[in-house]
Design a protein. Structure first.
Length: 304
């Protein structure tokens, strides 16, 4: 008799399954990508541009952005624009998104790829725990601001680069800022990714009947620079222990290309994918009451 893992544990085998591919042209599509200067965001930009998409980058580092623009020009012949914002500052994110909205009357795809991982508790200038702020709040603000334009541009797609790391821990609504507990990096990361998934559920309800889909994905166990902002011991563990067993990040770019372009997903929304395989998130990331609660909290913060 064969043994089948329960839905919540299928992530263990899903990443080893054959992945789905899309060969749809993206010619004429406008794709906004945050965090596009390295890792998953960069590979997404290259994959989409190679198939005809016009890439609009929302990034922090101008020098890195210029290099990516050159790389995209080499592989696609396309001219790429970038807009600058530090995702530790909601004011900069808001300003950059407004510039994008002024420049582009149509947006076909939004990919929220920016993210960080801290091993110790750090605060933004506004006094918020940084991983929650960057990975969740800033991406929440981008999505919220882009929604009207994407509805006007429908059919369109929103993709969150999430993580199986959401399984590391849920949200403690009595201590979202980690003031009462010892900060644990994986738990902080898991909380931020959980907040992403929960608010995605709320956005999905708002988008019913609009022609806009919103989904999240785990980009696979791939080598990226996330976490390189931490101390030498973590960097050593990341680069010498983890990276040798990880895959090249281009597989994440291919998966995002599928999610952004495949006709099979034209009406699929509110789902979580392990690369291109749909799977069930952790129980705490599917709590409808928690989703409403964190959506309201997030909306209140970005409205301050």
């Amino acid at each position: 008799m064969s043994f089948e893992l329960p839905d919540e544990l299928k992530f263990i085998t899903n990443s080893k399954l054959p992945q789905k591919r899309s060969y749809e042209s993206m010619e004429g599509k406008i794709c906004v990508i945050s965090g596009a200067t390295s890792g998953v965001g960069y590979e997404s930009a290259i994959s989409l541009a190679r198939e005809g998409a016009e890439i609009v980058m929302l990034v922090r580092n101008a020098e890195k952005a210029k290099k990516v623009c050159e790389n995209i020009k080499e592989v696609s012949g396309k001219v790429t624009r970038y807009f600058l914002a530090d995702f530790c500052k909601l004011s900069e994110v808001r300003s950059a998104v407004n510039e994008i909205l002024e420049a582009y009357p149509k947006i076909d795809v939004l990919i929220n790829s920016v993210g960080i991982h801290n091993t110790t508790r750090r605060l933004t200038e506004d006094g918020y725990e940084m991983v929650f702020y960057v990975n969740h709040l800033s991406n929440f603000l981008v999505t919220k601001m882009m929604l009207p334009r994407m509805i006007e541009s429908s059919p369109s797609r929103i993709i969150y680069v999430n993580s199986e790391g959401h399984r590391f821990g849920g949200l403690n609504f009595n201590d979202l800022n980690w003031e009462k507990r010892m900060y644990i990096g994986l738990a902080g990361y898991g909380a931020a990714k959980t907040a992403q998934l929960l608010t995605m559920m709320e956005f999905n309800k708002q988008l019913e009947g609009t022609g806009v889909t919103i989904n999240a994905m785990h980009p696979g166990a791939v080598r990226t620079n996330i976490g390189n902002n931490n101390g030498w011991l973590y960097r050593f563990w990341l680069q010498k222990i983890l990276w040798p067993s990880m895959k090249e990040p281009h597989i994440a770019g291919e998966a995002i290309y599928y999610l952004a372009s495949s006709p099979d997903l034209e009406k699929v929304s509110g789902k979580f994918f392990n690369l291109t395989i749909e799977e069930t998130p952790a129980t705490h990331a599917r709590d409808k009451v928690a989703a409403q609660h964190i959506y309201k909290i997030s909306n209140d913060i970005i409205s301050e």
